[in-house]
Design a protein. Structure first.
Length: 434
């Protein structure tokens, strides 16, 4: 991922130096377990830890790999340069490359998930704060992009909170599902390494042993992980789209914070564009782009092949780095979002009471008018508002068929905004707790 959309904490997880450090820890812990089992001399296991504070030379490893054409062998050769070839001869005893590679990938994904969970906590806190701030700020709800009935800005934030809260739970589950390790040797039979080595390494690294690995950890785990990231990205876009809509000139119910000195257009000095949320829409596409390749990685030949490897070298960093950046950008947008309650009321009243049509419809049916006739009467007057700019309540009061069923006071009562917000507290209690 390009630096423009990357944060250092997440990038560091995927740096070669970090990867090699994890490889080293896996090998060193495995040596400890082998020594405890009497498979290798204890002195040799202890010697491996002499490299504990070594900064592995990435360039040197690359140099060796240019000859060996094998990344793990290149690393092991470089490790031997630090601890001595005699002490290094028992390193990787009974192991295969995937033991190191797959266990490392899962450690990286777990660490990435921990950062993403913190990111989501920031988003959730921002959404909750703004939801309570605007719990009673009335705005028009829209279906198909058209005015429907009144709602509140607080409910809009609460909706996104509930969605992101579900996503957080999904990520917790995805993290747990991918937090496995495998030190099972060639084709995963433990023929040349005791299962207790795997148990020790996993315990030291915060993983659980993969129940059955076939030289590789099953990729359905990773497919679920990346699918979860894709769902989170889609929820980010869902929120971003709403904000982009609200910032449209004809709507202007909210807008991204426009900082001093900021420029909106190279050609038009008046512009204040929703560039951050448009960017979030694009970033969401990038994260989702990683989902299908992760699913296609599930089907491997027999016990293993490496068709998944090149994919994961790309999607591992790309999806997590991009989503980390996007979540923090979204949090910032929500925290600083400028909201215009007066414009919300103006927009709602643009069609002069039209949004109360359902209340009138229901009142007519309860007054004894058939549903078909009630719909006809309400729609007849509603169309005058659409087509002639009339006032809905005035038209209803002037319609003898309507007033034959409803008194003027009953019609008037149907235009009370408070009717539409009377259960806001109930919804908030469901979303945020009592």
């Amino acid at each position: 991922m390009i630096p423009r959309y990357a944060r250092k904490e997440m990038v560091d997880i995927w740096e070669p130096a970090t990867k090699f450090k994890i490889w080293y820890e896996i090998e060193a812990h495995a040596c400890d377990a082998q020594a405890a089992l009497g498979v290798i001399p204890k002195a040799n296991a202890e010697a491996v830890w002499r490299a504990k504070d070594v900064e592995f030379d990435v360039a040197r490893i690359d140099e060796i790999e240019a000859v060996t054409k094998h990344d793990v062998i290149a690393f092991l050769t470089h490790l031997a340069e630090h601890i001595g070839s005699d002490d290094a001869r028992f390193v990787h005893q009974g192991m295969t490359s995937s033991d190191v590679l797959d266990t490392t990938l899962n450690i990286q994904l777990v660490r990435a998930a921990d950062i993403l969970l913190k990111d989501m906590d920031r988003v959730l806190a921002a959404l909750k704060k703004r939801a309570y701030e605007h719990k009673d700020t009335v705005r028009i709800g829209r279906s198909h992009g058209i005015h429907a009935e009144p709602t509140t800005m607080g409910l809009t934030f609460a909706r996104f909170y509930a969605e992101m809260d579900r996503n957080r739970a999904r990520l917790v589950n995805a993290r747990a599902e991918v937090a496995t390790g495998a030190i099972s040797g060639a084709v995963g039979t433990f023929a040349n390494i005791d299962p207790r080595v795997e148990e020790h390494v996993c315990a030291q690294l915060g993983l659980i042993p993969e129940p059955i690995s076939t030289q590789v950890i099953p990729r359905d785990r990773h497919a679920m992980f990346f699918a979860t990231l894709g769902v989170i990205a889609s929820s980010i876009e869902n929120c971003a789209i709403e904000i982009r809509h609200m910032q449209r000139t004809e709507v202007l119910e909210a807008e991204e914070f426009f900082s001093k000195g900021q420029k909106g257009s190279s050609a038009m000095p008046h512009k204040r564009n929703p560039v951050l949320t448009e960017n979030l829409t694009g970033l969401a596409r990038l994260v989702r782009m990683c989902v299908v390749p992760a699913m296609e990685n599930v089907a491997l030949w027999h016990e293993r092949d490496i068709s998944h490897s090149s994919v994961e070298r790309g999607i591992g960093p790309d999806a997590t780095i991009t989503l980390d950046f996007a979540l923090n950008r979204l949090a910032g947008v929500i925290e600083n979002l400028v909201i215009y309650p007066d414009n919300m009321l103006k927009n709602m009243n643009k069609f002069k009471g039209l949004v109360m049509s359902q209340r009138v419809l229901l009142a007519l049916t309860q007054a004894g008018v058939s549903r078909e006739d009630s719909y006809r009467l309400v729609q007849r007057n509603a169309m005058k508002v659409w087509e002639q700019g009339a006032d809905f309540k005035t038209e209803l009061l002037a319609d003898p068929e309507v007033t034959a069923a409803l008194s003027p006071a009953e019609i008037e009562e149907k235009f009370d905004l408070g009717y539409h917000t009377k259960h806001v507290d109930t919804i908030f209690a469901r979303v945020f707790g009592a």
